[in-house]
Design a protein around this ligand. Structure first.
Ligand SMILES: [Zn+2]
Ligand SMILES: [Zn+2]
Length: 573
C-alpha cells in the first residue's frame, strides 16, 4: 500500500508551497488516521476549494483542551487562491472549526439547509459572535462552478438531515468525495441515497474516490433507520413509566421517530438539553419534523402529567458529565430526577473512549431504579455510516482509478484500502494518507509530492493560543483523580481526636460524589483513632501523616477505583 512513511519522505521531500500546472492537488488537513476535524484542500491552478472544516474533541490525554482544529498554514500561504468551503453535512467533525476559519478567511461557505442552520447557531453562540454575509445554501442536486471546479452535490443517507457527497470535476478528472454516508433503502422521512446519480458520475469516469471509513471494519450492511422504529415500538409497548431517550441531538430522523412513537402511544414529549433544543428548533424551522403542537410540552409542566404519559428526549448519550441525562442520573437536574419505573434508552453507539463515562451513567441509572436499554441489548440505534457491503457498492458504482480511504483511524483506513484492493484497484493506486500530506493527480497518475503542517491546533478556551505540553502534563496529574486534603487534630491527654477531622475534596464533578468522598475519609480516620485508643496506643505516635495518607488512599481506591492526591496535616494539642 502506498503509505506515506514520514521518516523517509519528510527528509527527502521539500515542502511544496504551490502546485504545478495541469495537476490537481489534494491535501487532507484533518480526518486522516483519526475520527474528527475533517478538512480537505483541493487546488487546481489558481483555485482552491476546501471540503468541510471540522473540529476534533480532545482525548483524555489532553485535559483542559476544549477542541482541536485543523492547521490552516497551507491556506494562509495560498490565501489569494482560496475560493470557498463546501460542507458535506452539519456534524461537528465537519463544521466545528468554521468559526476560527471565518475569523481568518473571508470566503463563501456553501452548505445544505440543515447544515447551514447548525452553522448559524454555532456562529451565534461563539464568543465573540461570528457574522458572515457569505453563507450560501445549496441543495442536493445543485451544481456550482467555482474557478476551475465544477461542483455537484449528491443526496446521501446519514444520521443527520441534508448530508451530501460532493463530486469535483476539474480538467484532469473527477474526484468523488463521499462525505459521511450510508445506504438506507428504507429511511423514514427522506429518499434513499441517490445511487442513480452516483452511477451516472461513475459512467462519466471518476479519477479518484475518497470514501469514508468509519465502519470499514464492519462486515455487511448498516441497519436501516426503519428497524430502529421496530425496536422502539416494543419498548413503548412495555414501558410502564416515563421513557427517557438519549441520542445525538443532530439526528433529526431519530427525534422524529421518538416523537411519532410518543404520539402513537398518547405520550407528551419534553426536549431536554440545550443542543437538543437548538437542533429541534432548527429542524422545525425547516419543516423537517412532523408533530401535533400539543405533543411537545415544557419541562416546567412535567408534574402535570403522570409518568406513563411522558417521553423525555435528552442529550447525554455519550455520558457527557454536564448533559441532561447525566444530571438526571446524578440528581443534579433542576426540574426532575430519575424515579423507579423510568425506562432509559441509549439510542446511539458508544464512541470509543466514552465507554467508561457511559457505563458510569448507566450504573447510576440502574441504582436509581431505572430500566436501562443500550445498544448491546436491543436494536435501538442504527449507525449513520456505511459498512463493508455499502463501501463496496460505492466503489462498484464509481469505478475509480485511484482510491483514498478517509474519515477513520489508521486501522479503519487500512481495512478500507484492503477492501478496495480486493475489488481490483491496484495497490499502487491506493494511498493511505496522513494529515498534511500533499498528493498530486494528473489524468493518469497520483503522486505524493510533499507535506504541510497537519498536526492540528489545540484550542484552550476560546483563544487561538497554542497550549504548552508541560502545562498539559500538570493538568493531567491534578485533573485525573482529584485532590483530597485532610486535617487531623489530636488531643494528647485524652488520646482521642480533637473534634472531627476536616476533609476537603476538589476535582470531583458531582456534589453528591464529593460528599460521599468526604464522609468516607472522615469515617476512615475516626475508626482508625478508635482502634488505637482501644489498644491504648498513643495516637500522636501511631497516626503519622504517612500512615493516615495510606489508609485514606486505600479506602478511596476501594470505593472509587481512583487515586486522588491525598494531603495530610496533623496537629497535636
Ligand atoms: Zn457525520
Ligand atoms: Zn464525520
Amino acid at each position: 500500500m502506498n503509505s506515506s512513511n514520514k521518516k523517509q519522505t519528510r527528509t527527502q521531500t521539500a515542502k511544496n508551497k504551490t502546485s504545478a500546472d495541469n495537476v490537481l492537488r489534494m491535501i487532507p488537513l484533518g480526518g486522516m488516521r483519526e475520527i474528527g476535524k475533517n478538512m480537505t484542500v483541493f487546488e487546481y491552478g489558481d483555485d482552491i476549494v476546501v471540503i468541510d472544516c471540522g473540529m476534533a474533541f480532545p482525548d483524555n490525554r489532553m485535559p483542559g483542551i476544549d477542541v482541536i482544529i485543523p492547521d490552516t498554514t497551507y491556506l494562509m500561504e495560498n490565501r489569494h487562491k482560496f475560493r470557498g468551503v463546501l460542507i458535506t453535512h452539519g456534524h461537528e467533525d465537519h463544521i466545528g472549526a468554521l468559526p476560527w476559519l471565518v475569523k481568518e478567511f473571508d470566503v463563501p461557505i456553501y452548505a445544505t439547509p440543515m447544515a447551514m442552520k447548525l452553522i448559524e447557531i454555532k456562529f451565534d453562540n461563539f464568543r465573540p459572535r461570528i457574522t458572515s454575509d457569505k453563507l450560501q445554501v445549496v441543495r442536493a442536486g445543485d451544481t456550482l462552478r467555482i474557478g476551475e471546479f465544477e461542483i455537484e452535490f449528491i443526496h446521501v443517507n446519514h444520521s443527520i438531515a441534508d448530508a451530501v457527497s460532493i463530486a469535483l470535476t476539474t480538467p484532469v478528472g473527477t474526484i468523488f468525495y463521499t462525505g459521511d454516508f450510508k445506504i438506507d433503502y428504507t429511511p423514514t422521512t427522506v429518499r434513499p441515497i441517490d445511487l442513480g446519480k452516483i452511477a451516472e458520475i461513475g459512467n462519466r469516469g471518476v479519477l479518484a474516490l475518497i470514501s469514508e471509513s468509519t465502519n470499514a471494519e464492519k462486515e455487511g450492511h448498516s441497519l436501516s433507520e426503519r428497524d430502529v422504529g421496530k425496536a422502539f415500538t416494543e419498548i413503548f409497548m412495555q414501558a410502564k413509566g416515563r421513557i427517557i431517550v438519549a441520542t445525538f441531538s443532530s439526528n433529526v430522523f431519530r427525534l422524529q421517530q421518538v416523537i411519532s412513537m410518543a404520539e402513537q402511544f398518547d405520550r407528551k414529549v419534553i426536549i431536554l438539553g440545550r443542543s437538543m433544543q437548538n437542533v429541534f428548533e432548527a429542524a422545525n424551522s425547516l419543516d423537517y419534523l412532523t408533530f401535533k403542537k400539543s405533543t411537545i410540552v415544557d419541562i416546567q409542566s412535567i408534574d402535570s402529567f403522570p409518568p406513563e404519559e411522558l417521553v423525555i428526549l435528552a442529550t447525554g448519550s455519550q455520558g457527557e458529565p454536564m448533559s441532561a441525562l447525566s444530571r438526571l442520573a446524578f440528581s443534579e437536574h433542576r426540574s426532575t430526577e430519575i424515579i423507579p419505573g423510568d425506562t432509559v434508552v441509549f439510542s446511539s453507539s458508544m464512541i470509543p473512549g466514552n465507554e467508561e463515562a457511559i457505563y458510569r451513567v448507566i450504573n447510576e441509572l440502574f441504582m436509581k431504579g431505572a430500566q436501562v436499554i443500550y445498544e448491546s441489548l436491543s436494536e435501538v440505534h442504527a449507525s449513520g455510516h456505511a459498512c463493508r457491503d455499502e463501501l463496496r457498492q460505492i466503489i462498484t458504482l464509481t469505478r475509480p482509478r485511484f482510491f483514498i480511504p478517509s474519515h477513520g483511524e489508521y486501522r479503519m483506513l487500512y481495512r478500507h484500502a484492503e477492501l478496495a484492493n480486493d475489488m481490483g484497484i491496484p495497490v499502487d493506486n491506493i494511498a493511505l494518507l496522513d494529515n498534511g500530506d500533499i498528493v498530486e493527480f494528473t489524468k493518469n497518475s497520483m503522486n505524493f509530492v510533499g507535506y504541510t503542517e497537519g498536526a492540528g491546533i489545540l484550542i484552550d478556551g476560546s483563544g487561538m493560543g497554542d497550549v504548552d505540553e508541560y502545562v498539559l502534563r500538570d493538568r493531567l496529574r491534578l485533573a485525573e483523580d482529584g485532590v483530597v486534603s485532610v486535617m487531623v487534630a489530636i488531643d494528647k491527654v485524652a488520646n482521642r481526636l480533637y473534634g472531627d477531622p476536616v476533609v476537603l475534596a476538589r476535582g470531583f464533578i458531582y456534589e453528591s460524589e464529593m460528599h460521599r468522598i468526604v464522609e468516607l475519609c472522615r469515617e476512615t480516620i475516626v475508626e482508625m483513632a478508635d482502634e488505637f485508643w482501644k489498644k491504648k496506643k498513643p495516637l500522636a505516635h501511631a497516626m503519622t501523616p504517612d500512615y493516615v495518607r495510606d489508609k485514606v488512599q486505600k479506602a478511596l481506591y476501594d470505593y472509587s477505583r481512583r487515586r486522588p492526591v491525598v494531603m495530610v496535616s496533623m496537629m497535636s494539642i
